[in-house]
Design a protein around this ligand. Sequence first.
Ligand code: ADP
Ligand code: UVW
Ligand code: MG
Length: 403
Amino acid sequence: MSANATRVLVLNSGSSSVKYQLLDMADGARLAVGLVERIGEETSRLAHTPLATGGEKRERLEPIADHAAALGAVAEELAADGLGLDSPELAAIGHRVVHGGKKFTEPTVVTDEVMAEIERLIPVAPLHNPANITGIRTAQALRPDLPQVAVFDTAFHTTMPEAAARYAIDVETADAHRVRRYGFHGTSHAYVSRATAELLGKDPSEVNVIVLHLGNGASASAVEGGRCVDTSMGLTPLEGLVMGTRSGDVDPAVIFHLARNAGMSVDEIDSLLNKKSGLIGLCGDNDMREIRRRIDEGDERAALAFDIYVHRLKKYIGAYYAVLGKVDAVAFTAGVGENAAPVREAAVAGLEELGLVVDAGLNEIRSGEARLISPEYARVAVAVVPTDEELEIATQTYALVSS
Ligand SMILES: Nc1ncnc2c1ncn2[C@@H]1O[C@H](COP(=O)(O)OP(=O)(O)O)[C@@H](O)[C@H]1O
Ligand SMILES: CC(=O)OP(=O)(O)O
Ligand SMILES: [Mg+2]
């Protein structure tokens, strides 16, 4: 790596989207950010902002068939601003990889063996790992000389004790099929738990934090002195909280019941629980903004969906309070956590005895900064802490390739 190669391109490939950022790690500057969404549909959209040149946000509205085409379009947009992938200043490309199983506890330079392992995990992350693999392959084809670094969603959770990571099912069957709780969104939980400690003016090793990552996918984690000790997602990103389109926790017998009595196939039930449940299944909308708007108009289905969402969230706050014993902070993050004041208010309502209080005025303040929303007298800090998975992936990627 040449001494002036200080840039990292980060690709966060989701099931139907790619988020990307180009950063210069010499000074942390964001040179370009963008998003390709609705990949595979007629209405795909690419939005690209070349921050380095001070240029305006550009949009491309055209069908983008797959992830490879999406990355091709991203490469074109970057090149149009003189930030192309052929730049000698590029040190590495960092990739979010959702499922790393038990094996990957650290960011890892992608080799053939690493690729084979990510492929082996497709059955337990069918929506995510194939997109991540395409992202890596496409980037490799464009820059075969550069290190491709995989940063795993599961890595931060590999510190979970067996008591939290194991399901109470037959051990031989579980081990033979690698059935255990892996947890996801780890890059965000790691970043936000650290940023929360910083907000409190403490070292991460000194604080216990409950992190609530509430995006389209949502998960909670219990972080003790900087180490994850429990998290709400499990074998796959389906377990736990109510999400945009995913059910989160259900009695597993719901699946047998539907298979036996509703004549549904396993694939149909999989699709029901992953894509047609959660907020969208409950009320037809998965966007919290739209749900709040409907509630303001008196819509009862939207109100019930909101209540179910918050009820589950509150149960996890209580559970992780018990797991940690002592809690210094509860941190809300991601799209819903950072923006939806009513969710934060309702999730903490009635928990004064646990030391959890939200100040209504502070909760309403809009800001992109990490901030406290609890009053000064509260025993437990409640905070809004914006996540930055791309920055965290870039930081880990650069640390690995420059060491
Ligand atoms: N201003 C807002 N108020 C309430 N909810 C919001 C707001 N902005 C975004 N959201 C919620 O955040 C979700 C997206 O969160 P995000 O973290 O970007 O998800 P993902 O990374 O999974 O795509 C949206 O579906 C919506 O529910
Ligand atoms: C793992 C997961 O649920 O990711 P996302 O929220 O990006 O769908
Ligand atoms: Mg996300």
